[in-house]
Design a protein around this ligand. Structure first.
Ligand SMILES: O=C(O)C(=O)C[C@H](O)[C@H](O)CO
Ligand SMILES: [Mg+2]
Length: 409
C-alpha cells in the first residue's frame, strides 16, 4: 500500500479543530486529530507545508518508521506543534492499519484489557451550591467519577467555571477559548486555598463516599501552596489533585509529595516522554495525563504508558472538548488495551461537533465504550465541516487580583 495524498481539514463546529486525512492507493483512508487549542494554524501549516510532502509514496503500514522519520528527521525535536502534527499522522496511520486488518484498533494494540472505560465528568458552578447541584446531576447521569470546580468569592472569572449556559444535552456549556483576543481572568491564591476545601467537604456531605472526586488546580500554585492544598483535601479523599504546580521543573513535585498523600495527576500539556520521565521514575505522580493528540500519537503515548507501568503510575488521559472526537475515539481504543489504565476525562462535545465527527463510541452508566468498527471508529463529514469555517480563538490569561501581575491561568 502507498500513501497517495493527505490534506488538512480545519473546521469550527462550536470550536476549532484540525484534522489530517490520509489517502492510499488501495482506497483506504484514515484520519487523525492535530488540534492545538489557540495555536491551531501553526500545526496546520506544519502539516501542509512540511509534513505532507514527506508522506507521499510511503507505505502507511510502516507506522514506526514514519514516526521516527518525522521526529528525528525534523532535527528540532519535541514541542507541542511538532508533536501534535506527528500525532495527526500517527493516528491516521493506525486508523488505516486497523481498517486494512478489518479490526477495531484496540485489537491491534494487544486486545481488550477491560469491559469499559471509567470516565470523569466536569461538574462546576459559580458557587459551592451550584457546583454541588451539578455534581448531583452528574451522579444521576451515572458518572462514578466527578471533577468539581467552583467560582471563588471575590474573583470574577476562574478556570473551569461555566457562565451558566446549558447545551442541548443538559450539560453546562464551558469553552475557555472564548475570545478572538485572550480574555482576562483574575486570581488570588489566598482566597482559593481557603475556598477549595469547603467545596469538597460539601460534596462529601451531599454525595457520600461512593463517587471518585477530582479537582484541577490548573498549574496555579507554588509547590508549598500545593502541598498545603493537598493536605487540607486529605479528609475528603480525592481521586486526584491535577496540575498542582507548573511541571517544567519536575523536581518541584518532590516537595508536594513530602507533605501529602492526596494523589497527583499531571501531563495534559506534555508532549513527550522527556516531560514526565523524572516525575514517573521518582514516583512523584500517580496519574499521567498525556494524550494521543498532544503526545505524538498512539506510538509515543504507548512508550509513556509502558514507562509509567513500571512505577505503578496509571493513565488518566486529557479529554477536554478541544481534543476532537477523533482523539477521543483513538484514546478509547488505547484505554481499552493499556494495562495500567486509571481513568479517562470526558467532556461532552457540542451537538454540532458530534454531527461533523460521526463516531461509534458510546456512554453508559459512567463508562465509555470504544466501538467495534474497523479503525478508531471516528469519521469526518467534510461537507458539513465546510459550513463551520475557522474562527480565531484564544485561551484566557490570568492576572493577580491585587496588582494585575500576569500569572498562570
Ligand atoms: O480538561 C482539563 O483538565 C483542562 O485543564 C483543560 C485545558 O484547560 C484545555 O484543554 C486547554 O485547551
Ligand atoms: Mg486540566
Amino acid at each position: 500500500m502507498k500513501i497517495t495524498d493527505a490534506k488538512v481539514i480545519i473546521c469550527s463546529p462550536g470550536r476549532n479543530f484540525v484534522t489530517l486525512k490520509i489517502y492510499t492507493d488501495e482506497g483506504l483512508t484514515g484520519i487523525g486529530d492535530a488540534t492545538l487549542n489557540g495555536r491551531e494554524l501553526a500545526v496546520a501549516s506544519y502539516l501542509t507545508d512540511h509534513v505532507i510532502p514527506c508522506l507521499i509514496g510511503r507505505d502507511p503500514h510502516q507506522i514506526e518508521d514514519i514516526w521516527q522519520y518525522l521526529y528525528r528527521g525534523a532535527y528540532w525535536r519535541r514541542g507541542p506543534v511538532t508533536m501534535s502534527a506527528i500525532a495527526g499522522v500517527d493516528t491516521a496511520l493506525w486508523d488505516i492499519k486497523a481498517k486494512a486488518a478489518n479490526m477495531p484498533l484496540y485489537q491491534l494494540l494487544g486486545g481488550r484489557s477491560r469491559s469499559g472505560i471509567m470516565v470523569y465528568g466536569h461538574a462546576n458552578g459559580r458557587d459551592i451550591e451550584e457546583a454541588t447541584d451539578e455534581a448531583l446531576r452528574y451522579s444521576e447521569m451515572g458518572f462514578k467519577a466527578i471533577r468539581a470546580q467552583a467560582g471563588v468569592p471575590g474573583l470574577k472569572k476562574v478556570y473551569g467555571v461555566s457562565s451558566g449556559a446549558q447545551m442541548a444535552s443538559g450539560a453546562k456549556f464551558y469553552e475557555p477559548a472564548d475570545s478572538s483576543l485572550p480574555s482576562e481572568h483574575d486570581w488570588s491564591t489566598e482566597r482559593y486555598l481557603d475556598h477549595a476545601p469547603r467545596l469538597f467537604e460539601k460534596l462529601r456531605e451531599t454525595l457520600g463516599w461512593d463517587h471518585h472526586l477530582l479537582h484541577d488546580v490548573h498549574h496555579r500554585l507554588t509547590p508549598i501552596e500545593a502541598a498545603r492544598l493537598g493536605k487540607s483535601l486529605e479528609p475528603c479523599r480525592l481521586f486526584w489533585m491535577e496540575d498542582p504546580t507548573p511541571a517544567e521543573n519536575q523536581e518541584a513535585f518532590r516537595l508536594i509529595r513530602q507533605h501529602t498523600v492526596t494523589p497527583i495527576a499531571v501531563g495534559e500539556v506534555f508532549n513527550s516522554i522527556w516531560d514526565c520521565k523524572d516525575l514517573i521514575q521518582n514516583q512523584y505522580i500517580d496519574y499521567i495525563r498525556a494524550t494521543v493528540v498532544h503526545a505524538g500519537g498512539i506510538t509515543h503515548l504507548r512508550r509513556i504508558a509502558d514507562l509509567a507501568a513500571i512505577y505503578q503510575v496509571r493513565t488518566g488521559s486529557h479529554g477536554a472538548t478541544d481534543l476532537s472526537p477523533v482523539c477521543m475515539g483513538a484514546a478509547l481504543h488505547f484505554d481499552t488495551w493499556v494495562p495500567n489504565f486509571g481513568i479517562q476525562e470526558y467532556m461532552h462535545h457540542t451537538d454540532e461537533t458530534d454531527a461533523v465527527f460521526p463516531h461509534d463510541y458510546s456512554f453508559r452508566d459512567g463508562f465509555l465504550y470504544a466501538g467495534e468498527k474497523p479503525g478508531h471508529g471516528v469519521d469526518i463529514d467534510e461537507k458539513l465541516a465546510e459550513k463551520y469555517p475557522y474562527r480565531r480563538a484564544y485561551l484566557p490569561v490570568n492576572r493577580l487580583a491585587h496588582d494585575g501581575t500576569l500569572t498562570n491561568w
